[in-house]
Ligand binder design. Structure first.
Ligand SMILES: Cc1ncc(COP(=O)(O)O)c(C=O)c1O
Length: 406
């Protein structure tokens, strides 16, 4: 593996040049008509991002929360439709169905991959289930070999939240291109960033035009600028963000390859050490884009040292690791307290057939992972070269040895 000096966020002369060009052009928004949008800097990014992912269409939007909301809205989901979502992800994955008046139903994770467990997906399907909003958590792909046939069998729409998975490929195909749409976040902590930003990729023209309209206050591509056809937000990206994304994307292909190699190397080192397991190695993952490198902590190898103490010991060694989002989404106050809006909310008042009580939800694998098992290492660590990866592994070895001295 080649030594790399990658830091984060990576910027260069290209960003400076293009940002200045946009600044001096006096055109800071991407325009109002479809043609203007296509010809904008953001339009150029969309073209290149579509090519990068192998999708036919890409629409840049204001963030990675707007992206899955638009995608779900464009599929025609409505009040009372159930959407299967993973129990472990950023809260947005649970919130977004609520934003289109649908009902999130939480699915447990596979303990070895931390991705949605296809067997639990099947268990949770009801007559009301219309969609699966899956997440390629941490950048590790969900099992598309099992999920897509399930979706086909039960006529479910699949939306892939790829907020963590820029560059991830399953059997050589970029994630986000298996289902009806793939959604991305370009928020500051992500592999490609413009501070804030998002995108939707898809192959169907109709889906693209719906998302286009919903992100553009309900305008239609062939109609007048002051003709509006749907109630919808303004989720357009600015040209400054488009310029940043274009530059970031052009260097990302190299970065994602380096991080893929670094992740594989770290996984190998961890397997030799024991007690901090990487997620299951799977040959079908042909490229791994990372949000974070997820690991499974086993306290028994560390003289029963709690995870919090392990994290503190690693921080003392200079390696800052995380524990993911801390709890399954359904444990958030939003779901525990049922703060879904006023009494006309179909989820809260049961208009859709039943009253949802998320206090009763239990996903044991997700709860175990959150309680004391999951460890995360932000993708920036994977860009620091082989010596640095070795220093992470060596720090774990030292912490392990110390744990048995007490
Ligand atoms: C899985 C997932 N989906 C959606 C989002 C929302 O993205 P944004 O912060 O760009 O709105 C995030 C943010 O980190 C995320 O992790």
């Amino acid at each position: 593996m080649k030594k790399s000096k990658v830091t984060y966020p990576v910027i260069g002369k290209e960003e400076e040049r293009l940002l200045l060009k946009v600044l001096r052009s006096g055109k800071w928004w991407r325009g109002g008509t479809l043609q203007e949008m296509k010809e904008s800097v953001t339009g150029q990014f969309e073209k290149e991002y579509a090519k990068f992912t192998g999708a036919k269409f890409c629409l840049a939007v204001s963030n990675g929360t707007a992206a899955p909301e638009l995608a779900l809205k464009a599929t025609g989901l409505g009040a009372g439709d159930e959407v299967l979502v993973p129990s472990i992800s950023f809260v947005v994955t649970g919130t977004v169905p609520l934003l289109v008046n649908a009902v999130p139903v939480f699915v447990d994770i596979d303990p070895e991959t931390y991705q949605m467990d296809p067997a639990d997906i099947e268990r949770k399907i009801t007559k009301k289930t219309k969609a699966i909003l899956l997440v390629h958590y941490g950048g590790y792909p969900a099992d598309m070999d099992r999920i897509m046939p399930l979706a086909k069998k039960h006529k479910l729409v699949v939306i892939e939240d790829c907020a963590h998975a820029h560059g991830t490929q399953w059997r050589g195909k970029h994630v986000g291109t298996f289902g009806a749409a793939g959604t991305f976040s370009f928020q500051m902590s992500k592999g490609i960033t413009s501070g804030e930003g998002g995108a939707i990729i898809m192959n169907a023209r109709e889906m693209f035009y719906k998302c286009y309209s919903y992100h553009h206050i309900g305008r239609l591509e062939q109609k007048g600028f002051y003709d509006f056809f749907y109630p919808a937000w303004n989720y357009r990206l600015t040209e400054f963000q488009g310029a940043m994304l274009l530059c970031q994307l052009r260097r990302y292909t190299k970065m994602v390859k380096e991080k893929h190699a670094a992740g594989a190397y770290l996984a190998g080192r961890l397997s030799e050490i024991g007690g901090v397991k990487p997620l299951k190695q799977d040959k079908r993952i042909t490229r791994r884009g990372y949000y974070y490198f997820v690991m499974r902590y086993d306290a028994r190898y560390f003289n029963n040292m709690p995870r919090a103490d392990f994290l503190a010991a690693m921080a003392k060694e200079g390696i800052v690791m995380g524990r993911g989002y801390g709890k399954p989404i359904y444990k958030e106050p939003l779901f525990q307290e049922g703060n879904f809006g006023n009494n006309s909310c179909p989820v809260k008042c049961g208009n859709y057939g039943k009253v949802m009580d998320y206090k009763k939800v239990s996903c044991p694998n997700a709860e175990r992972a959150c309680a004391g098992e999951q460890l995360t290492l932000h993708h920036v660590h994977l860009g620091k070269g082989k010596k640095y990866i070795d220093s992470i592994a060596d720090a774990i070895i030292r912490v392990k040895a110390e744990s048995w001295k007490s």
